[in-house]
Design a binder for this molecule. Structure first.
Ligand code: G1P
Length: 294
């Protein structure tokens, strides 16, 4: 565990256009996966990796996120009155987790711009960035590994996952050199390349541990792909002044910002759920049989 990294920055200002109409009037980060909103898994992951300070970058229409991690005395009183102690404990625990902070991104100027909004809060320390569309079901193993590598090397570490070539244009994509086990060194990096221009088959996924140098890099980059300030471009800029590493992982990632992967995450998490798992497995087997999918 890295004692110097305490803050997880969670960019949650996006519009959720890949999941309309569900996300028209509610933040995509609040869409439930089984029994809790997606962002709660991400905050829990940060805590499991040893982080105790969370900054969420929000925008208009995202106040449900702040309410979720706040006390709610009327609800608590009602649950207490009805003797629903388990529900009460679960509701209270949400407000007793890490220190939660919020900053608003007034205009949708890109992921890089959203991360730059964390500069004042983070200061001159390394920090993590967790994209809430990317839900990890891995007991925080990936983030822990990345924090360990950051502590050892004193440098930024970006999560990378091998994807089929036709999918690479949805991601940042680096050229890499092997270092040690899952650790690689990042050279050139391109945001959403076409398959023919992709420098590798490794996709940047939504876990990053940054040295504070990323803020200087972000201040230097011009709007890139889609006219937005791209975090990927700032990573490329950073790699010209200090080493930047990648951490290649295989399993456990779900893109809950899309309906199909949200369903995949729902099924996997429901099957592993301590209370619902057994009944859900029976239900799923029955559905599979009835639809002739077995
Ligand atoms: C963002 C980043 C991209 C990264 C992806 C991971 O893209 O810009 O580099 O690969 O997250 O999920 P977005 O999915 O916001 O378009």
């Amino acid at each position: 565990m890295n004692p110097t990294v305490r803050t997880a920055v969670i960019p949650a200002a996006g519009l959720g256009t890949r999941f309309l109409p569900a996300t028209k009037a509610q933040p995509k980060e609040m869409l439930a996966v089984v029994d809790r909103p997606a962002i709660q898994y991400v905050v829990d992951e940060a805590v499991a990796a040893g982080l105790d300070d969370v900054l969420v970058v929000t925008s208009r229409g995202k106040s449900a996120i702040e309410d979720h991690f706040d006390r709610m005395p009327e609800l608590e009183l009602e649950l207490d009155r009805k003797g629903k102690q388990d529900a009460l404990a679960a509701v209270r625990a949400l407000a007793e987790g890490p220190r939660m902070h919020y900053v608003r991104q007034g205009e949708p100027l890109g992921l890089g711009h959203a991360v730059a909004m964390a500069a004042d809060h983070v200061g001159d320390r390394p920090f993590a960035v967790l994209l809430p569309d990317d839900l990890m079901v891995d007991d925080a193993a990936l983030l822990r590994g990345m924090l360990g590598a950051n502590a050892e090397r004193g440098a930024s570490v970006i999560a990378l996952k091998r994807v089929p070539s036709e999918e690479i244009s949805a991601y940042g994509c680096p050229r890499v050199e092997p270092v040690d086990g899952p650790l690689v060194r990042i050279g050139e990096i391109v945001e959403k390349p076409s398959p023919e221009d992709a420098p590798s088959d490794l996709a940047v996924t939504g876990r990053y541990v940054f040295s504070p140098g990323i803020f200087e890099a972000l201040a230097k980059v011009e709007p890139g792909k889609g006219g937005e300030i791209q975090l990927t471009d700032a990573i490329g800029e950073l790699s010209t002044s200090e080493p930047v590493y990648g951490w290649v992982f295989e399993e456990g990632r779900y893109d809950v910002g899309t309906p199909l992967d949200h369903l995949r995450a729902t099924i996997e998490i429901a099957l592993a759920h301590p209370e619902l798992g057994e009944a859900f497995a029976a239900l799923l087997a029955d559905v599979v049989r009835r639809h002739g999918l077995d």
